[in-house]
Every structure is written in structure tokens, then in C-alpha cells.
Write a protein of this length. Sequence first.
Length: 345
Amino acid sequence: MTKMVYFYLPKGTINDATQFYVSLIEKAFIKMRYRVQFYYVAFKTDPEKIIVTIRPGDFSKIRRLNPTNNIVTWFQGIGPEEYRMLHGNSIRSYLVSKYLERLERKALKGSFITLFVSEAMKRHYCEKYNLQILNDLVIPCYNKHLNSDLIISQDRKYKELSFVYAGGLFAWQCIDRTLLIFKIIESRFPKAKLTLLTGDRLEAKRLIDKYSLKNVEVSYVKLEDLDVELSKHKYGFLLRDKNSVNLVATPTKMNSYLSVGIIPIYTNVIDAFEENLDLGEFGVRVSFDSKDEEIANSILLHAGQDISPAEIIQKLEAVFGKFYNDDKYISSLVSMLKNKLLNEH
């Protein structure tokens, strides 16, 4: 009998970040000689077939149709807390978050294997729902491999005071604080430059005007050109506030920056980065409760150091080997699946 695994991926679930993560799970099953099939609408299948879902709500839908199947569930983020952070503390927000909590609890208790993006996420769920979660694996969010050739070809950037911010311009991404810190840097070093790589050009220009910034460029490039564009810059901003959402997250932005040799400027609020990223002189790690002036000072102090492309590549090879390692996570998932399936028979 052909061994089958079905991925349930409704419309809206797949983007650049989730596609890579799903491909890691897929490769683990292929390594075990499973045939992989993708479904984009809810379906019913034979009880012996394994199903993969990547959202708690999708788990509930597919579980109703397949009450006894083994389901692997990937938890991308803590949905209720994210919803409240984005929508405030209204009655609607409260009701929606309670509904999302029910979905989370069902998926955590009913999944064959649970995949988390950080150990902090697992701890969050264990404490919040008073659960003992045993059959789990932690795989951080990432979608890039180290591009040493690009780092070498753009090594002149380490002689310049160039900054980049890539992504959305929402308040929770600390874009206002990023611009205020750059404003301090710009006032001291008029040749400093910041590029905002974002699809929201109008909002970017509004913020530039709001803070009276001079050396800020707004740009947007196609996904296939993003690595080359990012690699032109020395520093990349990744500031976050201290809250439960950020504590458990593993933003792909860090992986994108590091893959092309950008030195990240990041706050000490993401548990997985605190535990797993040892960047040394090739990162600017700052305290979230520092004043903007203090963060600007830390950046400028770092900018006075000489950066060796060969040394940064050596450091990043160690980081990617430990934290952004496809083979490591595929092998771990294969091992877990084999042990779980063996114990069932």
C-alpha cells in the first residue's frame, strides 16, 4: 500500500515564509517514502492517512471530517494574543480571542505531532492551557540559506553607514522608533542613508515627512531581486517591544538579513534569538527599554569597528549550521515520525 500524507492548505495559508517551512515538512515525509498530496479545500480520507495543517482553525475543520487520522500541526504564532495586539481590547477583540483560544486548545490536545517556532512558544502553551506537550519539535521560521558569494561581492558596504528596513510599516514592528533612531544618526552623520523596502510607499513617505528625514529612500523590489538589494546595506533594523507575541516569535527578517551579511540591529526581547544567536561583533543587540539616544550611540560605536567579510561569513556559517539548518530539522522530524508511528503498531 502506498504511504500517503495530505497537506491541507486553504487559500491564504501560503506565502514566501510559510512555503519554505511547509517544504521542510514535505521533505521529511518524502525521505520516509511517503507520497505527498496537497488539498486546498476540506476533505475526507482514509483513517490511516496522515494529514498536515498549519493553522489551529484548519486543524478543527479537518478533524471534524477525519476524526481518527493522525494530524501534524504547525503553530506559526500565538493567535489570540496577536489578535488583541492588532485590534485592541474591544468586546469584539475579546470574543474573537476566546474563540481562537478554543481552536488552539483543540489543536494542541488533538495533534499527532505539534511543530513550534520556538521553545518559548511551547512554554507559553504549556503554561497557558496547563498542558503537558510531549510530541513536539521546534523549528524556527526562516526561508533563506547563507549566500557567501553575495556577501563577498558586496563587501564595500561594510565601509559605509547604510541602513535598511524591509517589511511592513505597522506600529508593532516599531517603524516609528526605527525612524526616530535613524534621525539621531542622520543628525550626526549627514552621509548616513536608510532604505525602506516596503510595498506601502504612501505610508513610508508620510512617515518620512512626519519625522523630517532627509536621507531615506523608499523602494520596492520583486522577491527574486530582494537578496541582491538587501546585500547592499551594512545594517538592518529589527526592533521589537517586549510582549508575549514577540517573546515566542522567530521573525524571518533576521534570517533574511543574516543570509546576505547584514548586521542586524535588534532588541533583546525574542527568546529564540537570545538562546540561539551568538553574533558577537556582527550584531548590534540593544535593550528594548533603552532610550533612542542610547541605541543610536550603540550603533555608531559599532560603526567605528572594522568588519572583515571573511570573519562575518565564518560566524554566520556557525549560526546557520546551528539554527537555520534544513538537514537538522528534516532529520529530527523524520526521527520523531518514525518513533511515533512505530509506537502505534
